[in-house]
Design a protein around this ligand. Structure first.
Ligand code: PHE
Length: 355
């Protein structure tokens, strides 16, 4: 047997033993490494007698190919068996039932804010926002409610510092101030958001929601205010007729001021809006006090207008038949599931998305 054949036999035997990847690579470098057995044979070709050189070279090439093929197939075998082992271990059971998919619900307050915003935006109001943490100037002083004014006590304010400079806003009215300070009249905005007072019972929560309205332009009067609110209430409750009354009231930032009640009755245990002889207070409003306009540098000779503040949670309670305000903020999933809105259902008077 030629030397080359012996080499071939020897290495075939070696490679057919049970080897791991590392062993095979070792054999590979023994054969084909820089000073490997096959590599050295190639270097020898030149030294071989010319008459035998061709035969030797072709035999060497064949052996090299055979051994290389064998090594490659062994490596393949090992890699495949490792993949198979892994697949066996990490098998995914596709027959497993999928996890239940729970669709979230829109909170009735968010839903109501969306509805209110879309109704007012149809008649030209822009939506503005302000921060929950306010300074006392925007919340009180600029709104014509100076220090020691009794209205300050009525608000049960949550102050955030000892000097009573920072507070959780007690109403959305400071957004009037922010809006007028940063722009020029006319102003026609609504500002929905959270408000805070230290108060809690069936119809009061320490955190609640209001929407502020402000319309300042030339020649705006109480009639416009009444028309606007009348339109809003009818749209919101989806009724053609509404009983509404303006009751004289007092707010430091409006003059004259009024509270608005809507007529309702209870039929079969349900509230029916716009009929009956019961009255429910839903908002405060009035003509913006000249002192407020002066504080924000609006020329009171040229401009005037109205403002209103509506309790959003109350409107939501009325429209959706919810009788305890505190449930809104209990974060009880079962409650939300019952009273919440399907994100894909568009209510009849909700025009925000459908147009
Ligand atoms: N800010 C008042 C409140 O919280 C409501 C209001 C707003 C009244 C605007 C008049 C004008 O009670």
């Amino acid at each position: 047997m030629s030397d080359l054949k012996k080499i071939k036999e020897e290495f075939i035997l070696k490679l057919n033993k049970k080897l791991n990847l590392e062993n095979i690579n070792q054999v590979k470098s023994e054969l084909f490494g820089k000073n490997g057995i096959i590599s050295s044979q190639f270097k020898n070709i030149g030294k071989i007698k010319e008459s035998e050189r061709k035969k030797f070279a072709s035999e060497l090439n064949l052996i090299k190919d055979d051994l290389q093929n064998l090594i490659n197939s062994k490596i393949n075998e090992i890699e495949n068996s490792e993949i198979n082992k892994k697949l066996d271990k990490e098998k995914i059971d596709v027959t497993l039932p999928e996890r239940p998919f729970i669709k979230g619900k829109i909170h009735p307050v968010s839903q109501t804010i969306d509805e209110i915003s879309s109704i007012f935006s149809e008649i030209g109001f822009n939506v503005e926002e302000g921060p929950d943490v306010e300074n006392e100037y925007n919340n009180f002083t600029a709104l014509n409610t100076p220090d020691n004014h009794p209205a300050r006590d009525m608000h049960d304010t949550f102050y955030l510092d000892e000097k009573k400079q920072k507070l959780l806003r007690t109403h959305t009215s400071p957004v009037q101030i922010r809006t007028m300070l940063k722009g020029k009249p006319p102003f026609k905005i609504i500002a929905p958001g959270r408000t805070y007072r230290s108060d809690s019972d069936q119809t009061h929560a320490p955190m609640f929601h209001q929407v502020e309205g402000l319309y300042i332009d030339k020649n705006i009067n109480m009639g416009h205010l009444k028309g606007c609110l009348n339109y809003f209430i009818k749209e919101f409750f989806e009724v053609n007729k509404i009983k509404m009354r303006f009751r004289p009231s007092h707010f430091p930032f409006t003059e004259p001021s009024a509270e608005v009640d809507i007529g309702y009755e209870i039929k079969d245990g349900k509230i029916v809006i716009g009929e009956g002889d019961k009255w429910l207070e839903i908002l405060g409003c009035g003509m913006v006090h000249p002192n407020v306009l002066k504080n924000v540098k609006v020329d009171i000779e040229k401009y005037q207008g109205y403002a209103f503040g509506i309790g959003i949670d109350r409107l939501a309670m009325l429209k959706y038949g919810i009788n305890d305000l505190r449930a809104f903020f209990d974060c009880d999933y079962r409650w939300l599931n019952h009273f919440g809105f399907d994100p894909l259902d568009v209510p009849t008077n909700y025009r925000g998305l459908s147009r």
